[in-house]
Design a protein around this ligand. Structure first.
Ligand code: ATP
Length: 199
């Protein structure tokens, strides 16, 4: 079980897709994070109480993730509070999916998550891959993908640990500052190395 992390918009999903094509099972923490609001109505209740009705539609108790993100990325205390409430639930789901992948005899399990180093969670895995891109590329790609203004993207980058710190604890680094085909080649090389280590 290997962790996969990197800054926002660095290319984690792109790298994950290539690993999937190689035969790895990828667990997407962001996808799990999307679903926990549906699975845990008590959490949604708590969030409306703590952060107010501005985080979504209080009538139907639906959270608007982009509104919630705008609030918590502008206030570190709120962000930490949200993380403390959601991370244990997300980890629990990740653990269940890891066990399922083991039962299905997956050759490699990859946990794709943005905050693996910040939370220390990476230490529970057998290794860590860090994806890197230039900061200008992160901003350009997220702007194109999500239409977020550069100031908000910078705010989100600032909320994460600097890339240099993540690289220090990486077992493998994937450089996604070039063409996607170059990234794919790096993935295939690491996949082969990991599979050979096991056999
Ligand atoms: P997030 O942190 O938001 O989950 P991410 O780290 O998973 O993002 P991706 O979604 O893989 O990053 O990439 C961000 C955007 O940049 C996507 O639209 C993707 O198609 C594009 N992209 C990724 N890698 C490259 C590349 N090497 N060249 C050009 N565009 C790329």
């Amino acid at each position: 079980v290997i962790g996969l992390t990197g800054g926002i918009g660095s290319g984690k999903s792109t790298v994950s897709q290539f690993f999937q094509q190689c035969g790895a099972v990828v667990i997407d923490a962001d996808k799990i994070a999307h679903q926990i609001y549906e699975h845990h109505p008590e959490l949604v209740e708590t969030l409306f109480k703590k952060f107010g009705d501005g985080i979504g539609d209080s009538q139907s108790k639906k959270i608007d993730r982009s509104r919630l993100a705008a609030i918590i990325f502008a206030d570190e205390a709120k962000r930490k509070e949200l993380e403390a409430l959601t991370h244990p639930l997300i980890r629990n789901d990740i653990q269940m999916q890891i066990e399922k992948a083991h039962r299905l005899k997956a050759p490699l399990v990859l946990v794709d998550a943005a905050l693996l180093v910040e939370t220390g969670y990476y230490q529970t895995f057998d290794g860590l891959i860090v994806v890197k891109s230039e900061q200008e590329q992160q901003i350009f790609r997220i702007k194109n993908r999500d239409g977020l203004p550069p100031e908000e993207i910078l705010q989100r980058i600032a909320a994460q640990m600097p890339l240099s710190e993540k690289l220090k604890v990486a077992d493998w680094v994937i450089d996604n500052s070039g063409e996607v085909l170059e990234t794919k080649k790096q993935v295939e090389k690491i996949f082969k190395e990991l599979i050979n280590q096991k056999t």
